[in-house]
Design a protein around this ligand. Structure first.
Ligand code: PA5
Length: 423
């Protein structure tokens, strides 16, 4: 992973950036020493190196037991599904549906989504991974109740027991109680790992392993990035990214657009939005995280980005890989006037679009940070995940908020429970 700040740095004063980097090193120290805000929730820092071989083996072996099913439904919301979904979407083919098909549920309250899902699963052999740290979240709880009843109507108790795994707290919560009572296999979410920082725990690793991806390589990428990012050197990329985005924020750049040029990264952006939005958006502060996929969104949001209010900066994730790309054919008549790029790979045009867009947006006063990877694979995704997590912790401390709580999420829930008549 390479971080290039050269298209963003000109938008801030060098001394502001240097000062912020010094502050960012102090913030990293607080994270590592566990003496900053929310220090009860720092278990994620060492997840890639602390996860034991026996847990990894248990995850891999459990995943194998789901291999011959038609589908596996991953039930969870927020931090209990976005990490797994991000990695799955990044690695799966665009069109083929490898077996078992991975389906997500309980991440919304849409009646028709779950009704159509039940119909879709009707004649299928499927399993369920139900994930909830608190064990009481409404969306996954409803989805699990619906699907568990469906399985109970079709299969005997012993078969069902082999098809359900719960990932939840070691002791607390309704899901723990239910799993213990029904005898489901369980994995534990540690107390000191919050939902949006949990992808490198069984929360993300089990679904990713079931989908057939190499979790050891994912963890390896994360562990190597950890080595780089816990270095208390101002040139550490997490320090640089956290410091620069905060200097830009001080300069009035209130929104950060995570940009990709590859649909496979769309859910990585969703994961990133939750990570930064829920960690930083509090006490009337925080950069608003937005995501776009170019060139698609250049034809919808491009006008605003180029010429609208100047409160934006962009962080591009570029993938330097054209190994799987059609070559644009020569055409005798050239009615579509594309012969000037005949013989070039389509991905070359995509890459040129990225270069052109960054130039145009920088000229239009939109700072651009560039993160480049060579390939979308488990190792690089692990690296990116860890990089963004630790930069998020540093950045939250720079803002002087607790990056590890989410008190604002409770408000709608309290209203909803009141309206639904919950006792
Ligand atoms: O990051 C978070 O803490 C949240 O997004 C939670 O992951 C989300 O609300 C789901 O919570 P739970 O896992 O308790 O069902």
């Amino acid at each position: 992973m390479r971080l290039d700040l050269s298209n963003a740095i000109q938008f801030c004063k060098i001394e502001s950036f240097e000062n912020k980097k010094k502050l960012a090193v102090d913030c990293l120290n607080k994270l590592i020493n566990g003496n900053g805000k929310g220090s009860d929730f720092l278990g994620w820092i060492d997840l890639p190196i602390n996860i034991t071989n026996s847990i990894i083996t248990d995850i891999v072996e459990t995943a194998k037991t789901f291999k011959n099913l038609d589908a596996v439904v991953i039930i969870g919301i927020g931090g209990s599904y976005l990490g797994a979904k991000a990695v799955h979407e990044a690695l799966k083919p665009h069109f083929d549906k490898p077996k078992p098909e991975i389906i997500f549920a309980g991440h919304n309250l849409s009646g028709n989504y779950h009704s159509e899902l039940l119909k879709y699963l009707n004649n299928k052999h499927y399993g369920i991974i139900v994930i909830s740290k608190s064990g009481t979240t409404t969306e996954p709880a409803i989805a699990f109740r619906l699907l568990y009843r469906d399985l109970k109507q079709k299969f005997d108790k012993e078969t069902i027991k082999k098809r359900i795994v719960a990932i939840t707290d070691a002791k607390k919560g309704a899901l723990r109680k239910l799993a213990d009572k029904e005898g489901f296999k369980t994995f534990v979410i540690d107390d000191n790992v919050g939902g949006r920082f949990s992808v490198l725990s069984p929360v993300g690793l089990l679904p990713i392993a079931i989908a057939g991806y190499d979790i050891k390589s994912l963890l390896h990428g994360a562990a190597n990035m950890r080595n780089i990012c816990i270095n208390k050197n101002p040139e550490n990329p997490a320090i640089q990214y956290a410091a620069l985005r905060n200097v830009l924020y001080d300069e009035g750049k209130k929104m950060e657009l995570l940009v990709n040029y590859n649909f496979k990264l769309n859910y990585f952006s969703e994961w990133w939005k939750q990570l930064y939005g829920e960690s930083e958006g509090k006490e009337g502060k925080g950069i608003f995280p937005v995501s776009v996929s170019f060139s698609t969104d250049l034809h919808s949001l491009g006008q605003y980005i180029q010429q609208g209010e100047r409160h934006l900066f962009e962080t591009n994730i570029l993938v330097n890989d054209d190994s799987d790309s059609p070559i644009i054919p020569q055409d005798e008549e050239d009615l579509d006037q594309l012969n000037y790029i005949a013989g070039k790979k389509m991905e070359y045009v995509n890459r040129t679009a990225a270069q052109a867009t960054i130039m145009a947006h920088v000229a239009g006063n939109v700072p651009n940070i560039i993160i480049e990877i060579d390939k979308i694979n488990e190792y690089n995704l692990g690296s990116l995940i860890y990089f963004f997590e630790i930069a998020c912790g540093i950045s939250g401390y720079l803002l002087d908020v607790n990056p590890f709580d989410q008190p604002g999420v409770e408000d709608y829930k309290q209203n909803m429970f009141k309206l639904l008549g919950k006792k």
